[in-house]
Design a binder for this molecule. Structure first.
Ligand code: ADP
Ligand code: ADP
Length: 228
């Protein structure tokens, strides 16, 4: 089970001269798909990085399920993140990219890791690419690998940081559908950051609107749309 509870989350940079996130409270239910939208610099990426354990919070707490993960390293949290620039290791093959996180965060045997990678590759339709290096892949293929790398870890939570913004419009539509399919098949809890309001509206069960580091509004797309 992977509900997410955020209490009074705050992030300061540069000795407090920059307040990136302030007084943030969120309750996200198990299996929910929540989109986070707002202007550039409003704190979307910082929030996601704190949830992922890539950035320490200045104040506040984060629970995933019943577990207080506020001080836990990324690899000890039940989360996997998809980055805008894919963040694949250029010198590793697709297989190695997908397997690497499993080596770091689990004690699975090599055979178990291989089976998991194959299963995830099948799910993303990238079995043929397992021996390739990232620079041999198209943008869409890289994003599939990035998604596959998250799936192998079988996390309770997916975190997406503008995963489609480097793709052309047609591919964006395809990948949106893919992400929604994964969401249904895996039943994970997802937080999806985007600056694209339409994407936020169509993909989210609920939308979180951030402004200047603070929660401005949270609700179902219809309610947010009718009461802006
Ligand atoms: P968004 O993802 O909504 O564009 P960010 O979370 O990237 O917003 O940034 C929020 C604010 O924090 C911005 O003012 C940004 O300049 C600042 N910021 C983000 N990361 C850092 C950092 N590592 N050092 C200093 N300031 C940062
Ligand atoms: P996004 O809009 O997706 O947050 P950015 O290009 O703003 O992307 O930020 C990319 C990276 O740079 C992030 O890891 C963020 O933490 C960092 N960053 C953003 N603003 C600053 C800043 N003012 N000083 C240092 N690092 C920053």
């Amino acid at each position: 089970m992977a509900s997410i509870t955020v209490r009074n989350l705050r992030k300061e940079y540069d000795q407090g001269t920059v307040v990136a996130v302030e007084g943030l409270d969120l309750n996200i239910e198990d299996g929910e798909f929540v989109t986070v939208v707002g202007p550039s610099g409003c704190g979307k990426t910082t929030t996601l990085r704190m949830l992922a354990g890539l950035e320490p919070a200045t104040e506040g707490t984060i629970h995933i399920g019943d577990k207080d993960v506020t001080d836990l390293h990324a690899k000890n949290r039940d989360v996997a993140m998809v980055f805008q620039n894919y963040a694949l290791y250029p010198h590793k093959t697709v297989f190695e990219n997908m397997e690497f996180g499993l080596r770091m965060s689990t004690d699975l045997s090599p055979e178990e890791r291989r089976d998991r990678v194959r299963e995830a590759a099948e799910m993303m339709g990238i079995e043929e690419l397992l021996g390739d290096k990232p620079d041999q892949l198209s943008g869409g293929q890289k994003q599939r690998v990035a998604l596959g790398r998250c799936i192998v870890r079988e996390p309770g939570v997916f975190l997406f940081d503008e995963p489609l913004s480097n793709l052309d419009a047609k591919l964006r539509t395809t990948m949106r559908t893919e992400i929604q399919r994964l969401q249904e098949e895996l039943g994970v809890t997802s937080i999806y950051v985007t600056h694209d309001q339409e994407e936020a509206m169509t993909m989210g069960d609920r939308i979180v609107i951030l402004n200047d580091g603070q929660l401005q509004q949270v609700g179902r797309p219809k309610d947010v749309y009718e009461n802006p």
